[in-house]
Design a protein. Sequence first.
Lengths: 339, 444, 323
Amino acid sequence: MVDKQTALDWYRQMVLIRRFEDKCAEGYAYAKIGGFLHLYNGQEAVAVGAIGALNDDDDIVTHYRDHGHAIARRLDTKALMAELYGKETGCSKGRGGSMHLADASKHFWGGYALVGAHLPLAVGMAMRHQYTGSSQVSMAIFGDGSTNNGGFHESLNMAAVYKLPVIFLIENNLYSMGVAIHRDSAIDDLHKRAIGYGIHGEAVDGMDPLAMYEATQRAAEHCRSGKGPVLLEAKTYRFRGHSMADPEYYRNKEEVEFWRQRDPITNWKKRLLDEGLATEDELKAIDESVEREMEEAVRFADESPDPALDTLCDYLYATPVENGDLCRQQQAEKPEYVR
Amino acid sequence: MATNVLMPKMGYDMTEGKILRWMKQEGDAVSKGEPIAEIQTDKVNIEIEAFAGGVLAKILHGADEDVAVGEVIGIIADPGEKVEAPAKAPSAGQALANKGSGLDMAQSGEGGEAVGLDVGAGNGAKANATVSTSTIEEPSMVKQANADAQRAAEGAQAPVRREGERVKASPLARKMAAGQGLDLAEVPGTGPGGRIVKRDVEGYKPVQKPAAFVPTAAVTEVPLTRMRQAIARRLSESKQTAPHFYVTKAIDMTEAVAFRAQVNQTLTGAQKVSFNDMVIKAVAKALKAYPAVNASWADDRIVQHDRINVGMAVALPEGLVVPVINDAYAKTLSQIAEDAKDLAARAKENRLRPDEFSGGTCTVSNLGMFDVESFTAIINPPESAILAVGSINKEAVVINDEVVVRSMMRITISSDHRVIDGALAAQFLGEVKRLLETPLLLVV
Amino acid sequence: MPVITYREALRQALREEMLRDDSVFILGEDIAYYGGSYGVTKGFVDEFGEKRIKDTPISETAIIGAATGAAMTGLRPIAEIMSFNFILQAMDQIVNHSAKIHYMFGGQFQAPMVIRTPAGWSQLSATHSQTLEPLFAYIPGLKVVMPSTPYDAKGLLKAAIRDNDPVLFIEHALIYATKGEVPEEDYVIPIGKSVVRRPGKDVTIVSFSRMALESVAAAEELAKEGIDCEIIDLRSLRPLDMGPVLESLKKTNRVVVAEEGWKSHGIGAEVSARIMEEGFDYLDAPVKRVAGIEIPDPYNKHLEYQAFPHKADVIKAVREVLK
């Protein structure tokens, strides 16, 4: 078990993620958040435990269900909510939205929207660490569906061949959107795919932050010592639908209820109380502080401005090219924009 | 297509008219609406205008000739068109009907302006005057890229284009033609499909250049001042757009002369009243009585102005300007006198403010100081009337069957017939006359 | 000044940049011990070692994705895609990641990487003979260059390696052996600049890569008949520099665009549209496009030769546009 401070910190983070996601659902219903919204309720222990085990300069790339990872990586909830609201003060300056949260200073290299496609990025980052002799590791977080995509195969194979320091973390929540795992994956225990690449694979209880933490620590150690990549499979579950408009025809209420019994927050809270690591009042105070933080985040997002229209063409090229920007010329030809 | 110029019927009882003078010579370019001759009827001398544009190809009756109404006195044709002696005259009505048929060549393509060559309203395939039965030939396709202008001159014939056919030209050729004031329809095309291309425009030698002006002796060119340009533009437009007609009255100014002398004994300086001031006041009061004259044509309606702002033409060395005496109706004679002097003085020094020469609703133009007996003025748009005031001279006049000596002055009002009819003009001018002939009415 | 081949010019650029900057490395299929399927990286692994000259599995997605990740974290990878045709396997990584990394995170990240790949054909059959540059010239956030001479190849490859954006550097198998003067000292050609390859006054030929060389040959023949062609080599397809093209158009008023790829929706279509938009009044004839016949490439050598455009096509097009 970890010390009290860490244990309470994990509690707070998980509660913060949970409340953040609930606030997002609300914001989406009020059309303040648009596009796609994939919420993390139920999977909090994976992000908190795994990312809690990484160093500050380890690199993380993740998929589109990335709010939990961003929060666990200590990105400011104000900047995150502002990004979801599309505001200029968002962590990606309103250019990315829910699926592309990022913060360079925290080695959080972004959420990505294409299933399985960001794994090679983690491979490349690990390639760089190996190239420079650094002890940093990179972690790619992705869902069970990604393991059926070509990007998964090519990434694991290449990482194994070069013995790159990558932790491949599967968040197996049993569904690829609306298709249950037994219908789209040749095997259910996805960590066993590691055998095909000659690397270490391990299943972890994704509802327990401590289990996630310890497994990730071991994996990171493995990578840092030059032994090559590791495949971790977090067995977890998402309480909400795939995204906002999901009526969840593909699973039944009993199953959801079964997993709600294993809610990581309730269970961690119980454990802290049982093991005398926290009092009800302390936990309640944390809950309240989270509420305040969320209110602050929503208010900040609400009050922040949209990016100015004339910044549309910013960030096209890192190296500018003379006459290279058709964007501004084309924008000048547009009829007047009416909100 | 040729258009006949006829001796017009300018009055129900007119049977013939005398050509006083031609304002254009044979071969001159003529624009639609432009005056081309002055004729004299029983009652009045009048300018007649061209009802078509082109070139005055033939003059059939010269100055001083008496010609019956309806007879052809001249022919307007397209440049280069051959005309024989008077064709069987289609009536004026038919000549008008012939316009607008076929291709409007001046507008072919994307609005190339045919500057300097007025081809008038579309009149179908122009070259057909000589080529009525020839077959349409495709210019021969070019094999070698290098024989540019030569080819254009040698191989090309006068362009034969069917009625309604779009002239094909490259964007470059269009631009070049527009810049030179060339009508693309005139230019033979040697590009694929008969397209007019750059070498065709470069090599083009017009068949006949209409001589707008043939300098026979040394000339002095006078550049146009802005004022001259403005006068030219505005008054041409006025004359061409507003159907002018003219009503003249002779006014007995004897009482006015005495009145003015008496009044000016007590007035001083700028307040001293001139005859023109009195005319302005009279006009203002008459406009009040006849608001239909204080109006403007607005295409789909007539706008009658509430204010009565009388413009006063002031001659300048470089032209003329018309400052406006606002609310002339409400001003006394001496106030009008002051305003008039001030405006005239500042006009001569070019110190008028823009609001001082705009907003007029009727204008008075006085050439009396040049000993002009009478004249007709051109309406100052967007007004509908202008009064031309002549000099005051002692004349022998019959009053009560006796010949007496009276001071007489003629005023001619030019009216826009869209807004003002003869009777109204006559009545309005009559009111002006009444006021001037009983000058005390000007101060009550 | 030394006269070297296009291939040698590429080798010089790669080697000089690797010596100049430790963060530059090369990865791709068979680029190390095989020396590259076109011999461009021959001997490099002996000089620089396996760390910097990496043979990869046949995994275009992972090659380009890893290059992107490595670039994001501070290295300057040069990924070789063995044949232009194979790049389709990596489209997602190129279009959805490398081109958008800088933009979609609000400028926080950049992907300074080069993807080198050769176009080319010679009875290689349909799936090994395509030239696909319009697909990439279409993508905002990418830079796409396609040099035709050894001088341009060296200068542009150096520029691409030093550029902080993803650059698709397209070579051509049939011109690796062409020769030209190349200075020994370091020089860079800016990305996004066309060049007047041959001045002339009668007609403008706009081209790039192999067809630029075919156009030069065409111009030499046409010169004997007194037709003086001005050739504009685009060099960069994105950004596209229309300046010299429009200047030339003002002089000649007639344009031929020559490319090797298929005509519909090709580079010529874009050049024509830009000419129409920006040089309409100078056109004395419609823009004439020379391109490949729109058919998958056949194996038979006569059919294949007919399907691709060559010098004779350019000559014919010039004659037609001058009518």
